[in-house]
Write a protein that binds this ligand. Structure first.
Ligand code: MN3
Length: 260
């Protein structure tokens, strides 16, 4: 359908320019977002809206800072990799998500190219996945000296034993699944809220192969950009090293939030 077709003209917004339409919509979005925040404190319980850098006033995401220095994890992930990974790759996903949201907003207002909706929905899925995956990833790690890499305790430890047999069996599946992702992607520990079980999944790219409703608890990024400078083709070595800096306190917090 052409953007000029008769039903493109909204009765409420005659002769609006694209800019004023988007500005107005951003204001409406801001109002809605503030209202939903006030009424529902459980919005994305395992990851807060603020952690994603969501700015309701602009309707855009901003890149969150790393929660530690670029070289804080250098025993496992070198400083250059962290800088490129966070400042370029993660930033690119944030930019891509914002772009997709803006283009979909135009289409919604019948001011964009409707033939591209599938493209922009795919872009949204990929870049939002990238943004959420990386935001969770940075805060899944802490230096070994600060307690990274120890084993989970309490409810999460019990659930891992119950759902996988033992922590060791969980780790075997998690590391193998991550190592064997075909191409780029992630290995994930997820909580499946319907059967109330922990599961290990593979994710291809930033979104594929994850199932409906799965709540991500712990992901290891196995895109080559995550490890190639230090580990080259030795993905399994990188994954093994990653397990020494997992922040199980944070993963436990997410687990409790997910099953609350
Ligand atoms: Mn990455």
């Amino acid at each position: 359908m052409s953007p000029e077709s008769p039903d493109n003209q909204s009765n409420e917004q005659p002769n609006i320019t694209r800019r004023s339409a988007l500005t107005g919509l951003a204001a409406l979005g801001a109002t809605g977002m503030l209202a939903s925040t006030a009424s529902a404190s459980t919005n994305t319980p395992y990851l807060a809206q603020a952690d994603l850098g969501w700015d309701a006033a602009t309707g855009q995401y901003t890149l969150p800072d790393l929660p530690y220095a670029y070289d804080a994890l250098k025993a496992v992930i070198d400083e250059q990799t962290m800088r490129i990974h966070h400042d370029k790759h993660h930033a690119g996903y944030v930019k891509g998500a914002n772009k997709a949201l803006a283009e979909l907003e135009k289409i919604r207002w019948r001011q964009g190219d409707e033939s591209l909706i599938q493209h922009w929905q795919r872009q949204l899925s990929f870049h939002m996945g990238g943004h959420i995956n990386h935001t969770l990833f940075w805060t899944s790690m802490k230096p070994e000296l600060l307690g990274g890499g120890t084993q989970p305790t309490g409810n999460l430890s019990n659930a891992i034993k119950s759902d996988f047999g033992s922590f060791g069996k969980f780790m075997t599946q998690f590391k193998l699944a991550a190592a064997k992702v075909e191409g780029s992607g992630w290995g994930y520990l997820v909580y499946e809220p319907l059967s109330r079980r922990l599961m290990v999944t593979q994710m291809q790219n930033q979104q594929d192969m994850m199932f409906t409703g799965a709540i991500p608890l712990l992901g290891v990024d196995v895109w080559e950009h995550a490890y190639y400078l230090k580990y080259q083709n030795r993905r399994a070595d990188y994954i093994e090293a990653f397990t020494t800096i997992i922040d199980w306190t944070e993963i436990s917090r997410r687990f409790e939030a997910a099953r609350a």
